[in-house]
Design a protein around this ligand. Structure first.
Ligand SMILES: NC(=O)c1ccc[n+]([C@@H]2O[C@H](COP(=O)([O-])OP(=O)(O)OC[C@H]3O[C@@H](n4cnc5c(N)ncnc54)[C@H](O)[C@@H]3O)[C@@H](O)[C@H]2O)c1
Length: 349
């Protein structure tokens, strides 16, 4: 299958692109390149080509040759979304819906959208399934629900969108993120020997390994239309509904000598437990091969191999919000987050 991945140079994309190619797909990527200089280690895999392009400037000619699009390119977490809500709506909502419209009009068959379990937002202890009412707490999560709604309306006899509500990812990717919970705690454990939680860590946060997300995406691409057409799936496993405190304890147990301490209850209302039963019914080959324990060991081994330092752990390109603030402050991107031309950058403001 000819597959175009948007956001192919991001954390998930840098694992997904070679993975789909290794499974026989003809893969290309596009990415505007916000985090391209954040490359933590080499994994020795052959990487499909990635064109530098913004999703807001894609037209039919860019997608018409493909069978499917996997759409990852968005501003990818809650603090980013809160930093500039207008831009989050512009890129994540409007950009994603326009891209889906372009794909539908160009005659593509499948459109995989990486949504998020954060749409469940604040919760009681009730376990959320795909039919639960979303309760998004942030602009990022609200955009996910709006894209799902608007792209579902585009489905027809030819165009099959599929919505994968991923749990919070963890695990190694060459284009690493240290701003997601397990990876962040592992980095602290390795470089500082301690995890100091400012809160009590009671909120629930389902996790899923980046490799397992890639498997779900592949199976959703390859599945017969009737199994996935216009369906929403939570991606993860019931066993990986962790409390943040448990994640900290798993990390502390994996990194020798690491101590975890906790603070008082916090005001963070994002807490949700999720059922992952539906994806197993529709995509029976899917299973999570990773656990938080195994992912923590994987990170420990990589940190050891590359001798991860405090400086590299703190490097801005591994924390999405820091990198975007840097690109703005140095006038590399404009206020709409488009990269400026080199000549324009050289002119003082
Ligand atoms: N990582 C997680 O925990 C997680 C969980 C659930 C859902 N998701 C979703 O999966 C997708 C990928 O997540 P990720 O962790 O790889 O994020 P990421 O930030 O590492 O990657 C996103 C990529 O998209 C690119 N991009 C952003 N805006 C763009 C634009 N306008 N045009 C072209 N490229 C653009 C960035 O340069 C980046 O390389 C996102 O939609 C995210 O919301 C991620």
């Amino acid at each position: 299958m000819k597959v175009l991945i948007t956001g192919a140079d991001g954390y998930i994309g840098a694992v997904l692109a070679p993975y789909l190619a290794e499974h026989g797909h003809e893969v290309s990527g596009i990415d505007c390149g916000f985090y391209r200089n954040g490359w933590l280690y080499d994994d020795g895999r052959r990487r499909p080509p990635v064109a530098t392009q913004d999703i807001r400037r894609i037209d039919a000619a860019d997608v018409v040759d493909y069978d499917a699009v996997v759409h990852l390119a968005e501003l990818s977490n809650d603090p980013l979304g809160e930093h500039d809500q207008r831009l989050t709506y512009d890129i994540n909502h409007r950009g994603s819906v326009e891209l889906a419209r372009t794909c539908q009009a160009a005659g593509l068959h499948r459109f995989i959208y990486t949504s998020s379990c954060s749409v469940y937002g604040a919760g009681s202890d009730e376990i959320k399934s795909e039919t639960s009412l979303p309760h998004p707490q942030t602009a990022y999560a609200r955009c996910k629900t709006m894209v799902e709604r608007d792209v579902q309306a585009l489905a027809d006899e030819r165009f099959s969108p599929v919505f994968l509500r991923n749990a919070t990812a963890y695990g190694a990717s060459p284009r690493m993120r240290f701003d997601i919970v397990l990876n962040n705690l592992a980095g602290h454990a390795w470089t500082g020997g301690e995890i100091k939680m400012t809160s009590d860590g009671t909120p629930w946060r389902p996790l899923v390994h980046v490799n397992d997300i890639c498997e779900a995406i592949r199976l959703a691409l390859e599945a017969p239309r009737e199994a996935v057409h216009n369906q929403v799936f939570n991606v993860g496993s019931d066993e990986q509904n962790y409390r943040i405190r448990e994640i900290a304890e798993i990390i502390a147990g994996t990194f020798p000598g690491c101590v975890a301490t906790f603070g008082p209850p916090s005001g963070d209302s994002r807490s949700y437990r999720v059922s992952f039963a539906k994806i197993h019914r529709h995509l029976p080959a899917f299973r999570c091969r990773w656990t938080a324990e195994r992912g923590a060991r994987q990170l420990r081994d990589i940190f050891q191999r590359i001798e991860l330092s405090k400086e590299v752990f703190g490097y801005r390109a591994y924390t999405r919000l820091l990198q975007l603030k840097y690109l703005l402050a140095t006038r590399q991107i404009d206020e709409e987050f488009y990269f400026r031309e080199a000549a324009e950058r050289a002119t003082p403001a």
